[in-house]
Each structure stands twice: as structure tokens, then as C-alpha cells.
Design a protein around this ligand. Sequence first.
Ligand SMILES: [Zn+2]
Length: 347
Amino acid sequence: MRVFLSGMPKAELHLHLEGSLSPETIAAIAKRNGLDYFTTAEEVERSLADRPPGLMGFLKHHFKSQEVMQSRQDFYDATYGLAAKLKENNVVYADLFFDPQAHTSRGISFSDMFGGLDAGRRDAEAELGIEINLIMCIQRERSVDSAFEMLDQAAPFRDRIIGLGMDSGPEYGNPPVKFRQVYARAREEGYYLTGHHDVDVRDSVEHIWQSLEIIGMDRIDHGLNAVDDPRLVTELARRDMCLTGSPVKRTTDPAPQDVDRIKKLDEAGVCVSLNTDDPEEFESGYLTNMLILFQQASGYSEADMTRLMLNAFNALWLGDVEKRAYFAQLREYAGANGVAWADVTRQ
Ligand SMILES: [Zn+2]
């Protein structure tokens, strides 16, 4: 099973650049920028291990580590370094989230940040053979005006950004409808739309409904509380709407989170995929390891694990021809390993 999961061609739909900075990358960039913290990988690892439990402790380390990035070269190195890790995991396609406001609010220009990121993913595609598309995310705790400003700044690069997302953060008080007009403009400009619906936050189910009915999102990030509302489960399945699940595991967790919810959604015919979210900040790490942890906790077969990966490829924002090529790659891999496609698709 480990070998099967490791070799499987994979897609990542929920992956944050800012949560994918390795200790080595952070230390190298901090040193280059003359900072007096995080100048060794050990120091970064200690900060990660010592962070207080809970979301605030997570964010404290997360923000401190992303602040080392200042120049175009820093964003290039971070993106290319991540792509090399994806390659080790046989990830063939990734949609990569990035947070412009976290950087422009520190005085970094949008074009420096984006220029590095875009060059990094293009070189990764040419040299490593990984297709990476970019999704810029609204930081939901910031103002609507700030989100509009981000759209303005992104305008010159519109054709190189595939989608608009919305990140975690204090979700209660910052529901999807807060950014309804921002999303409406993004839709007019041709972006695909998605957004975070963290698990077990207040009003999560209501927020998912807002994103379906009012915003018209194309994907739902996390969103696993959908399982609590049978009508929502039916609607998600009817629309073939994909939830980007992230069954991450922290060092303090006995097993990956939300395995039961993902299984229930899968059994109900909802398109749910497995993603690493912030691989450098969770013990679950990169995708091969996460798939192994999830399989062990779920007892899923090779066919079941292939179906969850097919869900990810199915939810790509690509044309039919490109998607079919990815389906064929996965199907061929399954066939070569004795997995019947009828068991994968349950048909
Ligand atoms: Zn996320």
C-alpha cells in the first residue's frame, strides 16, 4: 500500500505557499536578508515545536516565518523549493494559494511578490514537469476595501492567476457574504472562485450554503461540516461540487483529523479530495505521507484511495482535454497495479 500510494500520480488543490516553507528555506532567506531570527533551520524547527496549541499558536509561527520573505528572489526560492518537494511526492498538478495582503501590508510590492512566485512555478513546470496554477486569497479578517485593492493590484497579472480564494482566520464575523461584491467582480474578470470553510467553526454549514447559493463558488475549501446537513450533502453531490479536505495530523493528534467525516461524504457520493494545507507546519507533512496516514486510519482499499485522487483531478479548473489526460494517467497507474477502474468509480 505504501508503495502504491507513493507512486500514485497526485493533484493538490489546497496548499498554501506560506505554509510550505521548509526550515532550510526560511533560514537561508532570513540569513540573506540579514534578519536576527530564524537564521538556522534548527531555530525554525524549535519555534514550530514550541508553539502554543490551538489556532493562535499556529498562526503566530506561521506569520513569523512568512515575514522572512521580502524580495522577488525570496518568493522565487520558496515556490521552486516547494515544487521540488511536490515532485518527490509524485504530485503532477497543484493549485497553490498565496496571500498577497500578508505581504503587501508589510510594504512588499505586489509585482515583486508575484514576479518571484510566477517565475518559480514556471521554471518548476519546465524543469520538474509539475503544472502549478495560482490562487490568490483574501485574508477574511481584513476589510472589503483591502480585498478590492488586491484585485486592482492583480489586474496586470490576471491571465496568470487562475482563481480567487479566501483564507482561514476568524471566520465568525467574517462570513463569505462579507466579500460578496469582491467575488462578483472577480467572477466578471474571469477568476474561478473558492474559499475556506474551516471545520467546527460557528455557522460553518450556513457559510457553505452562502458560498453555494449567494457567491456561486466553484469549489469549497475544507467544508467537512457539510456532513451535518443532509440537504447540503445531497446538494453538493448533485452539483458535483468538490470539497478540498485536509485531514492534517499534529504531533498531539492520535490520528489524522476528520477521517470519519470524509468517509461519510465519500459514501454519500460527494466529491471530496485529500490535501495537505500547510505541509511544513503539520506532522502529516506532504501528500504521500498524508495519504498513508489517512489510509491507515480509514482502512480504505487501493481502489478507494484512487477514487479520492480521481476526485481531485475531476475538480481541476482545466479544459476537458487536459483533464482527460490526467484521468488517463491515474487510470493507467491503477491498472498497472491491478486496481479495477470499476471499483474506483463504483460503476
Ligand atoms: Zn487552508
